[in-house]
Design a protein around this ligand. Structure first.
Ligand code: ZN
Length: 150
């Protein structure tokens, strides 16, 4: 795979991991040219897990979107890359489990899974994430959310 940092095409696979339902494969890779480590995702199954959004539109489940959200929420927080990877592994499995019956999951269920995970790891990141994903309708709702943490 092409190294996202230097563009070199050769890498070695450090770790491979299939999710619980066998629908995707995550590979941790290291570039043979510059040593940069990155992750690739390969979908195995034909039927993708679909995410049903609040407006009822559907889109394919994309762990990278969750990764972006997590990374933003965890900016400058004392949480390691290894912990983030582990969270993503678990979230991918949990989403697949919840959506197993119909190959679909509501975006709210997905957001709840992420928030549950963050609540156990870092409270600040949890509030950051919640404020974006829940789009608090009122200040009260936001305060209630924070109070639940203490
Ligand atoms: Zn490279």
């Amino acid at each position: 795979m092409k190294c996202p940092l230097c563009g070199h095409l050769d890498d070695k696979v450090i770790e491979s991991r299939q999710n619980i339902s066998g629908t995707s494969l995550r590979r941790r890779r290291e570039c043979l040219s510059c040593g940069y480590r990155f992750t690739s995702y390969e979908r195995i199954e034909e039927i993708p897990l679909m995410v049903i959004k609040a407006d009822a539109r559907r889109e394919p489940f994309d762990i990278k979107k969750i990764e972006r959200g997590l990374t933003r929420a965890l900016e400058k927080r004392p949480v390691s890359q290894v912990e983030i990877e582990e969270m993503l592994n678990q979230l991918e499995d949990e989403a697949a489990m919840e959506g197993k019956a119909n190959h679909e999951i509501h975006s709210k269920q997905l957001g709840d899974l992420v928030m549950k995970k963050l609540a156990g790891i870092d409270k600040v990141a949890y509030v950051r994430f919640a404020s974006v994903y829940k789009r608090f309708e009122t200040v009260d709702a936001f305060v209630r959310e924070i109070e639940k943490l203490t």
